[in-house]
Design a protein around this ligand. Structure first.
Ligand code: ATP
Ligand code: MG
Length: 579
């Protein structure tokens, strides 16, 4: 800023000096011309014809007479100082004059030379340091030259005075100009300084402050425009920021993994999902080749100019991942590769389960159907040859296979109702003790047929719960019949119930075959059976516990399995008393 102020001062000073020089040279020139004109006019009027005649007469009596006559002519304004008169001979030599010969000097001017040829020498020149006229006077044999010379002393004095005045006014002008330029600088530079500060703040990223506008000149218009620009910038930046926040939140929380690689394969950005799916930290030490190098090279993706990304599959641990790899920004320096990772493990698993389920259903239904078909064919083929008791037993098999099919279909229907949320539950208040007792009564005969000892252990004062009674009995029944089925004859089965706080538990313990640990997590899967042959023999299809799980979940309850192969199983259902 200082320098701008200084420049302003310099310009003003130069302007003043230039102006003064112009004025001075015009004045000096004007004064010189004026005096020159004045001198020659004076000479013209003084040396009138009449005066010249008188001079010619006087010349006859010698140069002294001539001199006296010249000195008597007051119009010539001979002052013996700056203007002098001389009488010269025809060769321009000094004869007499108002100064002595030494002061006259040896100089023969152009005008004297002209006079020596008999003409009047009155050439004027502004450059000479003197003004002169030389008039030849001849009378008879005497030839003289009357010579008037002015050494411009008066003009020089006047000029030096003018120069003095010019210098004085220059000095004054300079002072005024310095003061003025400072004042001007204040008016012009202060707003510029404020504007500069403002631009610096904006450059540093602070768009909030506005610069005050005091006047209505160009700088104010500039300032106003700047304010407006800062405002627009601010709102644009706000928009960009909120957009960026939105995107980064999306990026952070999206379920798909996203990783951006630079052109040389470094990780530029990645979200937590990507690290989770790839099972590794996504820091700067990770390069493209470490992760996706085996699938396709970075160059190949970068060359992919079409809009279709490269799709690929990969397996990390137990997860199945689907990849989309595409280049972003064609810019040589900034572009890179974007990898979107989609975890399809669950999807694959559910597809697998669905296929398995369909296969299971077909298989489970085909077996009884085959049996029914073959028995029916035998009955038809044999006709009357078949003994009645055999016929009856065949019909019994057909009936039981039909029952089995009906049961499977019913179970599947129940499960599908749960799946679609269409299961209607009849909630009512009933004593849990009653439900457990009902199941006990229903299975005691069956248990005894297998030689099992069935014990019932119920706490006194078991609560009334709010649940679907029929479904609850179905749950207990399924678990108890499993215990009967999967315990070798002559086993010990205990059915017990108790409350704990706000919850009631029903537990079935047996000392049967037990369930291997690795099978326990899949026990509730549809059609899952530990020992398929044994289970089918026992008439099981593997749907019982699936239904149990759905019903218990619908009551906000939990099932706990404790089992050891060869030692026995305890299954406990715990339900909230209040719904
Ligand atoms: P369904 O109940 O449909 O007639 P299921 O009894 O075979 O058929 P689930 O009740 O779902 O099917 O039981 C699944 C599997 O769990 C059984 O096949 C069996 O292998 C195992 N299992 C269940 N309860 C016991 C138990 N108490 N002891 C040992 N294994 C059991
Ligand atoms: Mg069962």
């Amino acid at each position: 800023m200082r320098s701008l102020r200084m420049k302003l001062v310099m310009i003003m000073v130069l302007l003043i000096i230039a102006l003064m020089i112009v004025v001075a040279s015009f004045l000096i020139n004007g004064v010189g011309s004026f005096y020159l004109g004045e001198f020659y006019e004076q000479m013209g009027t003084s040396f009138s014809e009449d005066f010249l005649l008188r001079l010619t007469d006087a010349a006859a009596d010698g140069p002294e007479n001539l001199y006296e006559l010249v000195m008597a002519q007051s119009d010539l304004a001979i002052d013996l100082g700056s203007r002098n008169a001389y009488i010269l001979d025809e060769n321009g030599a000094y004869l007499c004059g108002s100064t002595d010969e030494a002061e006259f000097g040896p100089e023969i001017t152009d005008n004297i030379l002209t006079a020596m040829t008999g003409q009047v020498g009155q050439d004027r020149s502004i450059i000479n340091s003197y003004m002169d006229v030389a008039i030849p006077i001849s009378s008879g044999d005497n030839e003289y030259i009357v010579y008037i010379r002015d050494n411009k002393q008066t003009v020089d004095n006047l000029n030096s005075q003018i120069i003095m005045i010019i210098f004085q006014s220059l000095a004054l002008g300079l002072v005024i100009c310095v003061v003025l330029s400072f004042l001007l600088a204040e008016i012009m530079i202060n707003p510029i300084e404020r504007l500069t500060e403002g631009t610096m703040r904006v450059a540093e990223g602070d768009f909030g402050e506005r610069i005050e506008v005091h006047s209505r000149d160009e700088i104010s218009v500039l300032t106003e425009n700047f304010n407006e620009m800062a405002g627009v910038l601010q709102s644009t930046m706000d928009e960009i920021n909120s957009e960026r926040d939105k995107l980064s939140t999306l990026f952070l929380h999206m379920t798909d993994g996203v990783v951006a690689f630079s052109r040389n394969g470094d990780v530029i950005q990645s979200n937590p999902a990507s690290a989770r799916m790839l099972g590794r930290e996504m820091d700067e030490n990770v390069a493209y080749d470490d992760i996706f190098g085996s699938i396709t090279s970075l160059e190949e993706i970068l060359d992919q100019s079409g809009s279709e990304p490269i799709s690929a599959q990969m397996k990390v641990g137990k997860s199945d991942l689907e990849l989309s790899l595409a280049p972003f920004s064609a810019d040589e320096s900034q572009g890179g590769v974007l990898a979107v990772i989609h975890d399809v493990t669950a999807q694959r698993k559910s597809e697998e389960m669905r296929r398995e389920f369909v296969a299971n259903v077909s298989h489970e239904l085909r077996t009884p159907l085959t049996n029914i078909k073959s028995y029916t064919e035998t009955i038809i083929d044999a006709g009357d040859d078949l003994p009645p008791d055999m016929k009856a037993s065949f019909f019994g098999v057909i009936l039981s296979e039909a029952d089995r099919m009906t049961r499977i279909v019913q179970d599947l229907l129940t499960l599908s109702r749960f799946d679609y949320g269409k299961m209607e539950m009849n909630f009512s208040d009933f004593g849990i003790a009653e439900a457990v007792q009902n199941v006990y009564n229903a299975v005691i005969i069956d248990a005894q047929n297998h030689g099992h000892e069935l014990l019932l252990e119920m706490e006194k004062d078991l609560p009334v719960i709010h649940a679907d009674k029929e479904r609850m009995e179905q749950v207990i029944m399924n678990i108890v019949s499993n215990a009967i089925k999967y315990t070798p004859d002559g086993g010990r089965i205990e059915l017990s119930a108790w409350t704990m706080g706000e919850k009631v538990s029903i537990s079935v313990s047996d000392n049967g075959v037990g369930i291997p640990e690795e099978d326990q997590p899949r026990l509730f899967d549809r059609f899952y059976r530990v020992d398929k042959a044994r289970s089918r023999e026992a008439g099981g299809s593997g749907l019982g516990l699936s239904i149990v799980k759905e019903i218990v979940q619908a009551h906000n309850g939990v099932i706990d399995i404790r089992s050891k192969q060869g030692e026995g199983t305890t299954m406990t259902v715990t339900l909230p008393i209040k719904r």
